[in-house]
Design a protein around this ligand. Structure first.
Ligand SMILES: [Zn+2]
Length: 661
């Protein structure tokens, strides 16, 4: 048991133990397996600790008690261990030991420490010592920003494009700068303000920041100079935001929450704050608040399309006023319009942000759907063998490359095969012919926030949902892909009616998850057996009408290559709840890169395929215009009849239109 737990943890923590373990985990994929779902409840944790005579303090996200490992040492005095209430994962900021609940459980239960656990602790201790040496080395070879003169600081700020104000060097006094003034080191501190990791930024290569040490458990924060002490923390996604807040003398700790990522292991660092103010992308901050405990969180709402503190500062608005007017995050089950009006206004003034993350590989799809939004359910279907998985892999890869944390549940094909497909799409070249570059591609691919459920074949929905929920908590998942629903359900011998019912349960579970957890869910589903000559429609999805009714988006791959001489393959947007725009996106497969992404046009003018492409593109735009008014009409009828029947009849009309024109 311990062995498997260890192996898994090394995945998650691999960056900070890179020195020791990099070789053996190097090209594994991130996976979430059955053993990773903690089987522990809040009550169990509290009960055991109390039974063993530990005083338990009930925090926002953790139980806090004395550390069973280091509290014996005199010099450590009152050391505290933080036990995550949801997972039981523990961290001691003093001795740097962290691990799964079952390790702490054994330590607490038994008087004598087992050899395996002793090794585990020893190894972790060595890593921590090594890091302290590395950090000391950096301190010796760099300068504090506060030691520089005004001109030097100004030059550095210009180089990094940071907002300068005359006390900026004092605000960044913890940050270190290399002697050539081109590399910044930001210390990442834990709950007792000990440096346990650092983030390294090189001028001109800010996108590729490097993190070292136990970085996922630490945060960089600073305070505005000469501002009275305040027990609040303000969490923002970038260092620019931190500097703007400092320039405006906002009281409290200004915390850099890199890209709004919040791994559970960092939660103890923020446990001491009774008031947290979150300022950043609305969707991301909602999930951050949920993890931190909504009762102590407040949001700064986006105003007039200005989402971040930096954007707001650029528009010359008072940051202080906005922070003081931040609204509570906790929502009540019954609400009034006055409570909602800020949300409505924010949505209206942030249309472009609301439209979601845009696909770079599929501009025509982005035009139709606006983008990929959290909280929505998408159904993708198409005939057997038409490339549903390949297309879905590429669409999700596109988003992951833009920072959308993605969880894949591949129930039909093995994770290794799926990862290979995605790696080839990522590289854009056939891997078997480019083996010399394999490690380069794999290293870059590994940095993408893509996780795979370590399940295969038939699985009970309860187990799948538990794993999905756990992964969401651990890795801030924003997009869940299930490929495909029929394989997850397995090929039972039951009657068709029962099968439909089970499938409806799955669709309902993911619908609820998407809405409640603010996640996008894509379900790949098989169509019903239909005559080959006919186009598929929303009503061709296998099972009852529930799937297409519950979905926000229905995407259908239409493959006409076998049935028509000039037949093409295209992706049809058959339902789009966000804007109502429907239409088609041509799909051309490029074998070398396993890619459907749209190609550069007009290389050879006479190529009939290319002309046909243009025809399809033009057609999809016409279609779109035509659809807007029609869909609105159909939506209205929908509302009055309170049924979605009219949409599907309407869709089949559209589909016949497609055929005849
Ligand atoms: Zn300890």
């Amino acid at each position: 048991m311990l062995q498997s737990v260890k192996a898994y943890r090394f995945f998650i923590l691999k960056a900070h133990v890179k020195l020791c373990f990099c070789n053996f985990i190097k090209h594994e994929i991130h996976s979430v397996g059955l053993n990773d779902i903690p089987k522990i409840t809040v009550t169990d944790i509290r009960k055991l600790l109390r039974q063993k005579g530990f005083a338990v303090q009930d925090g926002y996200t953790s139980f806090i008690t004395k550390c069973a490992i280091c509290s014996g040492d005199e010099k450590n005095g009152d050391s505290k261990v933080y036990v995550n209430k949801r997972t039981g994962y523990f961290v001691c900021p003093k001795c740097d030991i962290h691990g799964d609940w079952n390790i702490l459980e054994r330590l607490v239960k038994r008087a004598k420490i087992e050899a395996t656990i002793k090794d585990y602790i020893e190894k972790m201790h060595q890593n921590a010592c090594q890091f302290q040496k590395d950090w000391q080395n950096i301190l010796d070879n760099t300068t504090s920003m506060s030691k520089l003169n005004e001109k030097e600081v100004l030059d550095i700020f210009r180089l990094f494009e940071y907002p300068y104000h005359h006390e900026a060097n004092k605000v960044l006094s913890d940050a270190r700068i290399s002697t050539d003034h081109t590399t910044l080191y930001f210390p990442l501190k834990n709950a007792i303000e000990k440096v346990i990791g650092y983030r390294k930024l090189q001028a001109g290569r800010e996108e590729e920041s490097e993190s070292h040490g136990m970085h996922s458990a630490g945060l960089f924060w600073c305070k505005a100079h000469k501002v009275s002490h305040n027990a609040q923390a303000i969490l923002v996604p970038s260092i620019q935001d931190v500097l703007h807040l400092a320039a405006h003398k906002i009281p409290g700790s200004l915390v850099w929450l890199n890209n709004c990522n919040l791994p559970p292991v960092v939660l103890p660092t923020l446990e001491g704050y009774q008031k947290l103010c979150l300022w950043g992308d609305w969707d991301n901050m909602c999930t951050v608040a949920e993890k931190l405990g909504e009762e102590r969180c407040r949001f700064v709402r986006p105003t007039d399309g200005l989402v971040t503190a930096s954007e707001t500062a650029a528009a010359n608005l008072s940051l202080k006023t906005l922070v003081s007017e931040a609204k509570p995050a906790a929502h009540r089950s019954i609400t009034t319009f006055s409570a909602l009006r800020d949300d409505v206004y924010a949505e209206l003034t942030n249309i472009d942000k609301v439209r979601g993350v845009k696909w770079r590989r599929f501009p025509a799809l982005t035009r139709l759907l606006g983008g990929h939004r959290r909280g929505e359910l998408t159904i993708l279907t198409g005939p057997t063998g038409c490339g549903k998985t390949t297309l879905c892999a590429e669409m999700s890869l596109d988003l992951a490359q833009q920072g959308v944390n993605t969880l894949w549940g591949s129930f039909e094909i093995r994770n290794s095969r799926l990862a290979r497909t995605m790696l080839q799409q990522f590289a854009g070249v056939p891997l078997e012919q480019n083996l010399q570059d394999f490690h380069k591609y794999a290293d870059d691919f590994e940095k993408l926030p893509i996780y795979y459920l370590a399940f295969h074949g038939q699985q009970p929905i309860k187990v799948v949902m538990e794993a999905v929920e756990h992964a969401r908590y651990m890795h801030d998942i924003a997009h869940v892909v299930v490929d495909n629903v029929q394989f997850m359900l397995g090929l039972g011998e039951e009657r068709e009616g029962d099968r439909y019912q089970r499938q409806d349960t799955v669709v309902a579970a993911f619908r609820t998850f998407a809405t409640a957890r603010h996640c996008h869910v894509t379900l790949v589903m098989h169509p019903r057996k239909e005559r080959e000559s006919e186009d598929l429609s929303t009503s061709s999805i296998f099972g009852s009408a529930k799937a297409s009714q519950e979905a926000d988006n229905v995407l259908i791959i239409q493959d006409k290559r076998l049935t028509a001489v000039r037949g093409k393959k295209y992706l049809q947007v058959a339902k789009n709840r966000y804007s109502g725009d429907l239409g088609i996106v041509p799909l051309d497969f490029e074998k070398d890169s396993l890619s459907y992404q749209s190609k550069k046009k007009n290389k050879t003018k006479e190529d009939p395929d290319k002309l046909l492409d243009q025809y399809f593109e033009a057609y999809s735009i016409n279609d779109q215009n035509y659809d807007i008014s029609e869909t609105k009409k159909s939506n209205e009828t929908n509302k009055s009849q309170n049924t979605k029947q009219s949409t599907s009849t309407y869709l089949s009309d559209i589909l016949s239109l497609n055929r005849t024109s």
